[in-house]
Design a protein around this ligand. Structure first.
Ligand code: RAM
Length: 359
């Protein structure tokens, strides 16, 4: 019997398995072979902070959700940075924040297209791991931004702010608004979202402090970063917990929907709401007294940093190890534990400063 030719075997593999797997099995077409002909630090696995910034790269942005204004702003920041660096931006992604299979297939497509870098906000920490490892083994540099995967499944994580600060300050903001007394609830995004779950972990820890002895977290609801589901979840929270005094929604989609619900209900101004929102989404609700204060970072600056980190990785200036540094615009960033790069401190918005911001 004749042995199948390598080409035919590979064609069959490509048709029957994920293309990323086929790429690895069928050497000769992988990015490693095509592009790793340089002797840069990137291919040697050692960072060279003085390596030249490579141009002509392609970085694919894969947000949790493409039709979420927060990600539109973040990814525009990435696009602008890549244009400045002489590289190319592309964006792919699902329209639902609970489509982990969709995110996996977008990673596989980017791998197949042999992009140089992927910047991804993970809907689920574990679901993307195999596909991202496949991308990395094909020479693609992977940064997570906004929402991380497991540290072994990417080169670096570009974090919006300290997760601990975000979790604790949201509890502090709400507790102050309800006079440190009463039932509170959390309206989160997807149940699997790494970023929200990390922040919620710190919120629970903050609540252990005796100063919150009269504050009780009664439940966590999930609106899946869907406006309608988040609105209905808010309505459900108030029906089930008529004594509720406050809600924390650590998602731009959730806080907007909760504010919309509260402002049209008898709870307006009585049930306090804080969390993470964009000033443009929340302006109406701050002006009409539904919301006192909430916080966020600049999403465009997060996208900008994700793009620059991907290019620094592809240029060999960093490899993802703790202690390495790279320049992003005028600022030098140093990688922390597990390859975490932190953008900075979030801004708290209230009636006094909200009109100074436009995003
Ligand atoms: C939503 C998403 C995103 C989160 C922001 C605060 O847009 O869940 O991941 O960082 O809210």
């Amino acid at each position: 019997m004749r042995k199948p030719s390598l080409r035919r075997t590979c064609a069959a593999l490509a048709a029957g398995t994920s293309l990323a797997l086929a790429l690895t099995a069928c050497g000769g077409t992988t990015k490693n072979d095509v592009k790793n002909d340089d002797k840069s630090a990137a291919s040697a696995g050692k960072a060279d902070p003085n390596a030249a910034t490579r141009k002509g790269l392609t970085v694919g942005f894969l947000p949790k959700q493409v039709n979420n204004p927060y990600f539109t702003t973040a990814d525009k920041g990435g696009e602008k940075a890549l244009a400045e660096l002489g590289s190319t931006y592309k964006e792919v992604g699902p329209s639902s924040a609970t489509d982990t299979a969709g995110q996996v297939s977008y990673v596989n497509t980017l791998t197949q297209q042999q992009v140089n870098g992927i910047a991804v906000s993970a809907q689920d920490p574990g679901a993307l791991c195999t596909a991202l490892k496949q991308a990395m083994s094909n020479g693609i540099k992977v940064v997570t931004y906004d929402s991380d995967t497991n540290p072994g499944c990417r080169n670096a994580f570009v974090s919006q702010a300290s997760a601990e600060d975000l979790g604790r300050t949201e509890v502090q903001l709400l507790a102050r608004q309800i006079g440190y007394k009463g039932e509170i609830a959390i309206l989160s995004a997807a149940q699997t979202a790494t970023n929200q779950n990390t922040w919620i972990g710190y919120m629970k820890d903050e609540l252990k402090n005796p100063r919150y002895k009269n504050v009780r977290l009664v439940t966590i609801a999930y609106g899946n970063d869907d406006a309608q589901q988040s609105f209905q979840q808010t309505q459900g929270l108030l029906q089930e917990h008529p004594d509720l005094k406050g809600i924390i929604s650590p998602t731009t989609v959730g806080i907007k929907a909760a504010a919309q619900y509260l402002s049209g209900s008898k709870y307006k101004g009585k049930v306090r709401l804080t969390g993470l929102g964009t000033p443009n989404d929340m302006r109406t609700y701050v002006r009409n007294g539904t919301v006192d204060a909430f916080e966020l970072w600049d999403p465009a600056a997060l996208g900008d940093l994700a793009a620059r980190a991907a290019v620094a990785l592809a240029s060999g200036q960093i490899t993802g190890k703790e202690g390495e540094s790279f320049k992003a615009g005028a600022t030098t960033y140093t990688l922390g534990k597990d390859g975490v790069i932190t953008l900075g401190k979030p801004t708290v918005f209230d009636a006094r400063n909200i009109d100074r911001f436009n995003f």
